[in-house]
Design a protein around this ligand. Structure first.
Ligand code: IPM
Ligand code: MN
Length: 369
């Protein structure tokens, strides 16, 4: 298996957590004899500082020449006064658009070992396993017109979708649901927004092609509540860009920390992999960030771009094992939990990698006999 991976670590904790994710991928390549080639490029605030643009041309070219892009995080407080189109985040949005992936897959599930980390009761989150399919190239993020008109003291963005944009992302959700528990919850605000009425009508129409899938519709405000009340009732959640952004962060509550959530963006020319968490400038450079979201993101890369299912599962189970053995990065230590010291970013990465190597070695020797 040969794979060209562009690593854009970005800002804040991005470089620290991405390093651990790359180490995991290197291990998989080494043990399995795969040829993973890593190239690094600048994005976000780091790219603004070095080259004056949040997505330099050579980063874009390197991304388009790769088989998969692995991103850390973008954003930082020093850029807060810049207009949206010059901020670090603009680099990420341009990159998403250029790569073409429109379906952002964000799994959120409860790790049994972290049951006590969630503010929700263990019996509420136990067994929760949700897959958000967030539309990533439309809606308010990209809709025209958009402006801040200072003369009139007004500003506007446009939530716009075409039928085709809804069809293609809904198809991804239905297909994935058919391999899971066969339920799609489509989230919108169709009681207020025309764009949501188009969304709902289109998704309803598509459901006819998937008779074995149960489709339900929820308004986004109600969904935000149901996710916390009855997370087990959800399987695949299909929603537009901004709603998906908000609901996926909210679902960090189920996992116990936003630092645990991975994502993969598929459907375009080149898949993009990024943890859900941000650049966390307050803890950047201290070596205390949780690398598990980035490591689970690497597992999604192994699954969706390398098609190494066994290896992807081995990474996920190594993460589970590390948690079961009681290791906790700072974000996973509970308030008042004085029993143990936090495990550093690097240590956490090494622990996962160690278990992963043992598993992969064992598999190799099994195949050899
Ligand atoms: C995310 C992030 C991004 C988004 C930002 C950094 C542009 O919050 O991936 O969830 O809003 O999509
Ligand atoms: Mn977000």
């Amino acid at each position: 298996m040969k794979l060209k991976i562009l690593v854009v670590a970005g800002d804040g904790i991005g470089p620290e957590v991405t390093r651990e994710a790359v180490n995991i991928l290197r291990s998989v390549a080494e043990v399995g004899g795969h040829d993973f080639q890593f190239t690094e490029a600048a994005i976000g605030g780091a790219a603004i500082r070095a080259e004056g643009s949040p997505l330099p041309q050579k980063t874009l070219e390197a991304a388009l020449a790769s088989d998969a892009v692995l991103l850390g995080a973008v954003g930082g407080n020093e850029f807060n006064s810049l207009p949206p189109d010059r901020r670090p985040e603009a680099g990420l949005l341009q990159l998403r658009k250029a790569l073409g992936g429109f379906a952002n897959l964000r799994p959120a599930f409860a790790f049994p070992a972290l049951a006590a980390n969630s503010p929700l009761r263990p019996e509420v989150i136990e067994g929760a396993d949700i897959l958000f399919v967030r539309e990533l190239l439309g809606g308010l993020y990209f809709g025209q017109p958009r402006a801040w008109q200072r003369e009139s003291n007004s500003a506007w963005n446009t939530m716009r979708y075409t039928r085709d944009e809804v069809v293609r992302v809904a198809r991804v959700a239905f297909e994935l649901a058919s391999k899971r528990r066969k339920k799609v919850t489509s989230v919108d605000k169709a009681n207020v927004l025309e764009v949501s009425q188009l969304w709902r009508a289109t998704v309803t129409e598509m459901a006819a092609q998937y008779p074995d899938i149960t489709l339900e519709h929820q308004y986004v405000d109600a969904c935000a509540m149901h996710l916390m009340n009855t997370p087990r009732n959800f399987d695949v959640v299909l929603t537009e860009n901004l709603f998906g952004d908000i609901l996926s962060d909210e679902s960090g509550v189920i996992t116990g920390s936003l630092g645990m959530l991975p994502s993969a963006t598929v459907g375009g020319a080149i898949n993009l992999y990024e943890p859900v968490h941000g650049s966390a400038p307050d803890i950047a450079g201290k070596g205390i960030a949780n690398p598990l979201g980035a490591i689970l993101t690497a597992a999604m890369l192994l699954h969706h771009s390398a098609h190494l299912e066994g290896e992807a599962q081995a990474v996920e189970s190594a993460v589970r094992t590390v948690l079961e053995r009681g290791y906790r990065s700072a974000d996973l230590l509970r308030a008042g939990d004085t029993r143990q010291a936090a495990t550093s970013t690097e240590e956490m990465g090494k622990l996962v990698n160690g278990i992963l190597n043992d598993t992969l070695d064992r598999h190799q020797s099994l195949h050899a006999v």
